[in-house]
Design a protein around this ligand. Structure first.
Ligand code: NAD
Ligand code: NAD
Lengths: 205, 205
């Protein structure tokens, strides 16, 4: 069993390797990755060894080979069709986030209760009314729903997404969601606390 | 040295304990927290033991005591004055995120290059022109800057925040920022990959 923080680091390594490939590199080392990411080289070697990737001492890792392996582990071989529920400030920022498609997530529609927003587009994805969610998810084989609705509406929106047939939910609302499919929570307050801990530790030195 | 993922979990425990206190509870157990959070009870006990918090077998933990300890560790005893740089969709969603103040972060202003936005308010915080950043940070003892500017503007905005005197940066732009103060990166693509890994693992069972 691979610890969840290691999975998140693998996603970060994947991103880094993609950038190296764009720069025309074909080989790298844990040392070079460590310099680029600010993660210890021994941590990178340990994480990659979870998947039998040991690299050759002195030669390092073949970038294409690592990308292929990581693609399979992270489920990026295919594109995950994704919708955003709640087309407010946050929903529009997420749907407008360029580069998320090359990471394997294609945001193909947004949904909202506000009829004034219906028909508008964000980065080519149209805003639909929430009543069309079930039909749209089934017709377009949507796998992921991102929740960016107000706190009070989140549980109901999650249940509607589950009933429509999505396989996972990315939840931005500040409450725990109870459904039977996987839910990943995002809360910037948690990232901010990680930041303040680093600030305090640095001042203490 | 406490691993970073443990810090993030402590922030999640802090949030959970605050909610329990709001419900009028004064004691809890790792088992009860585990049920609420979907984190293993043994993981919770291990994380709290980093700070000498062992709880009494059968009695559990005193919620006020845990909150006090966590507050000190996570640097939440005081409020961290925070600004948002980039008052677009994402910046407005962050400044409008209710409940972040009770987590210890007070977003007191936003900054933007677009003069048409200057003077507007988001959740009581005014939008200023980016040229006023340095004077505002010094005058109001601002500690944290949140970057929600386009990718091309991120490094320059980070340097301006560092020069103005902030102590840490929360970076949403999809690029690595080089400054000498702590930077915490947020990327929903990483959270989405953690979600797809859980979806695949669940389907494989
Ligand atoms: N987790 C984080 O770090 C974080 C950061 C910022 C904001 N937030 C949260 O994200 C949410 C959205 O924030 P925002 O600034 O975009 O708010 P917003 O008010 O701008 O947008 C909310 C949108 O949801 C729509 N909506 C309401 N009920 C709905 C329903 N049942 N189904 C579909 N759509 C519905 C509204 O019409 C509106 O367009 C809030 O809950 C906020 O607390 C979380
Ligand atoms: N990390 C993530 O998960 C995530 C998610 C969504 C969006 N994003 C990123 O967040 C950023 C903002 O997204 P958005 O949807 O709000 O974009 P947006 O275009 O709506 O907002 C950007 C704002 O920044 C302002 N700006 C530009 N240059 C500036 C500068 N030098 N100083 C101050 N302000 C400046 C613009 O005037 C605009 O108001 C983008 O870089 C996007 O890629 C990241």
């Amino acid at each position: 069993k691979i610890p969840k923080p290691a999975i998140k680091r693998l996603a970060v390594y994947y991103r880094c390797l993609q950038r190296m490939k764009e720069e025309g590199k074909d080989k790298t080392s844990s040392k070079e990755m460590a310099q680029r990411l600010g993660i210890k080289a021994c941590q990178i070697r340990k994480d990659l060894s979870y998947f039998g990737e040991f690299g050759k001492r002195g030669v390092g890792y073949n970038i294409d080979n690592l990308l292929e392996k990581l693609k399979a582990i992270l489920g990026l071989e295919s594109v995950w069709r994704t919708v955003v529920i709640g087309a407010g400030n946050l929903g529009k920022a997420i749907a407008g986030y360029k580069g998320i498609k090359e990471q394997g997530f294609d945001i193909i529609a947004l949904f909202d209760v506000d009829r004034r927003k219906v028909g508008k587009k964000v980065n080519n994805a149209k805003i639909h009314h929430i009543d069309e969610l079930e039909e749209f998810v089934k017709k377009n084989d949507v796998k992921i729903a991102i929740l960016s609705v107000p706190k009070e509406a989140a549980q109901q929106a999650a249940e509607a997404a589950e009933k429509a047939g999505v396989e996972g939910i990315l939840n931005f609302s500040p409450r725990v969601i109870n459904v039977s499919i996987p839910v990943e929570n995002v809360d910037i307050a948690v990232s901010l606390k990680s930041l303040t801990f680093q600030i305090i530790r640095r001042k203490g030195k």
